[in-house]
Write a protein that binds this ligand. Sequence first.
Ligand code: NAD
Length: 292
Amino acid sequence: EQKVVLITGCSSGIGLSLAVHLASNPSKVYKVYATMRNLDKKQRLLESVRGLHKDTMAILQMDVTDQQSILDAKRNVAEGRIDILVCNAGVGLMGPLEAHSLDTIRGILDVNLLGTLRTIQTFLPDMKRKRHGRILVTGSMGGLQGLPFNEVYCASKFAVEGACESLAILLQHFNIHVSLIECGPVNTDFLMNLKRTEASDEALEVDAHTRSLYDQYLQHCQSVFQNEAQETDDIIQVYLEAIEAPTPFLRYYTNRALLPMSSLKLTSMDGSQYIRAMSKLIFSAPDTDPKI
Ligand code: NAD
């Protein structure tokens, strides 16, 4: 019997790669429901999977901010069950906090946090009844540690961590496993898709000091993505590890190089070491520090 997988946010990036990889399994182990908010964007997925594998993949419309569309997607799953639910849809937001409208902030929380909760809520009762299921969530280092100019994104991803960790404790009693795949920078459309305030934006009503720090942050961010970003294939390998493990962990880290920074939060629980180290990393680029 095929394992039925439903993935959110499959029009690009990690969701698309995971859908293609699972649907292309030569033994046809998986039946993938690749869902996306806007079906007009399905071409890229179709091209990547080289024609629709009818017996291993179906594409469904699903907007994680729209409860009805989640219910409709659920109704369109022919097998009437989901064995593996992948909550992957997400969007970034960068800029000084005071530059974001409350509507923008709500929009990010609506996708990243509420979208994940809505999706899990909708599929959980069936999994509980069957005493069987896996829930995988695309997590982020931004869900484990704060990043300047990413306050709202980090808040949304920290919140997802809290929800998943809480669920994991309960759901082991139902033979349901929750796993977070914690990603550092990944080479996807994420940077292009994220909502960003431009540092050069004249209408940006922030003080000059914030503006110059934001400029430094954007440069740091660009170089990190250029030099350290992983490919989606690397992320998929970690996904597979979690999918295939008899008893998966709550957290998988895709990039071990990022762990030392995160572990500073544990070695100095008052937060001071992490804040100092991150501040130094981001804001002391040699050419911007007058002391050097
Ligand atoms: P991406 O922008 O290519 O993919 C995100 C997908 O989510 C897109 O296909 C987008 O259409 C979809 N989406 C947005 N709003 C939606 C909605 N309301 N309903 C359904 N789908 C929606 O970027 P990605 O890197 O593949 O992002 C996937 C996940 O990985 C996100 O949750 C992101 O936060 C997380 N992540 C990405 C990175 C990175 O550097 N790329 C790092 C850490 C975590």
